[in-house]
Design a protein around this ligand. Structure first.
Ligand code: SF4
Length: 325
């Protein structure tokens, strides 16, 4: 007996990197056995900041390949693309009628987005939290995995739900946040969170050779200007990354670094080997999946079909409660 229904989504950013894997996907994989999970590639959300959609389909394909290769299982979870279940857009319109504009304008991420894309402050950007709420309630999710920074978004969703329920009668459960300590994976530049945008990422799908080349560029302890300088592993991102990957060779590195018994070039090679070893089965699985586009299309079609059964039922209930039918 599973504990409840989880909804979680991610924008179609294409190939996933180690930060995505350690930060979200590993958690999603674990949750599959405890909950009925719905994992969605939220392509409509992407449109709020995307004016050029020429890569959208390719990004969706690359993303689902990675999701499946790391272990998201379409037999256990519903995996689908947001726009393939258009009911979410209808519910978004209906929920927008009960959401005060003032609630949306005070959302911190809206203010941040205005600064990031001042030339494209579109209507969808303001309504983003309403669409996010629609995603959750359309499937009557009871649990939403969140990082601490996302708690305000979930609270807003809960406010919208409470308002709807008080106006039209109990319709939606209030989802609870499942706080997850996502590790903040810093990118190869040693400064920012690992991201495609910052160009400091290591994609899961890179070849072993490409991974080595990427890791050669990684930032290390700035105090180690020469091989003979003692290092500070706690200030070195290569060392932090190493700790995420199980490898017997990691043990003892800190001490060797502090005593200047190992150089950064050798250390980076150890990290590259550990990552390559951990990712090898994922890469093999990905290559097999990539050779079978029919299967990928079937997974997404089946996911959308299963999601739509729930969505239609919810939307009918919403319309009845709103006296639209
Ligand atoms: Fe970092 Fe390793 Fe260099 Fe030490 S030896 S500074 S842990 S890369």
């Amino acid at each position: 007996m599973k504990k409840g229904r989880i909804f979680s989504g991610a924008r179609p950013t294409g190939r996933q990197h180690i930060g995505n894997y350690l930060g979200a996907l590993q958690n999603w994989i674990k949750l599959q056995d405890e909950y009925n999970c719905i994992y969605c590639i939220v392509d409509i959300h992407a449109l709020t900041s995307l004016e050029d959609t020429s890569n959208l389909q390719n990004n969706i394909r690359e993303m689902i390949l990675d999701w499946l290769a790391v272990g998201l299982d379409p037999k256990k979870s519903i995996l689908f693309v947001q726009s393939h279940v258009p009911e979410v857009m209808e519910l978004h319109t209906l929920l927008s009628m009960v959401t005060p504009l003032s609630w949306l304008l005070r959302v911190p991420t809206f203010k941040e987005k205005i600064k990031l894309q001042p030339e494209n402050v579109n209507y969808g950007l303001v309504g983003y939290p309403v669409l996010m709420t629609s995603d959750i309630v359309l499937y009557k999710a009871t649990v939403v995995p969140v990082g601490e920074d996302q708690l305000p978004h979930l609270e807003l969703a809960r406010e919208i739900i409470r308002r709807f329920n008080s106006l039209f009668g109990y319709t939606f459960p209030e989802p609870k946040g499942k706080l997850t300590n996502y590790p903040l994976v810093i990118g190869l530049d040693g400064k920012e969170k690992m991201s495609k945008q910052a160009g400091n990422d290591i994609e899961l799908a890179l070849s072993a050779g490409e991974t080595i080349e990427k890791i050669k560029t990684a930032y290390t302890d700035p105090a180690r200007r020469y091989r003979s300088d003692p290092g500070h592993p706690d200030k070195c991102n290569v060392y932090k990354l190493m700790n995420y990957f199980e490898s017997t060779s990691v043990s003892g590195i800190a001490e060797k670094c502090q005593k200047a018994e190992i150089g950064c070039v050798d250390c980076k090679m150890i990290l590259a080997e550990a990552i390559n070893k951990a990712l090898e089965p994922i890469r093999e699985q990905r290559a097999e999946l990539a050779a079978n586009p029919k299967y990928i299309a079937e997974v997404l079609a089946d996911g959308a079909e299963r999601a739509q059964i729930i969505a239609r039922e919810t939307l009918t209930e919403v319309k009845k409660n709103m006296r639209l039918i």
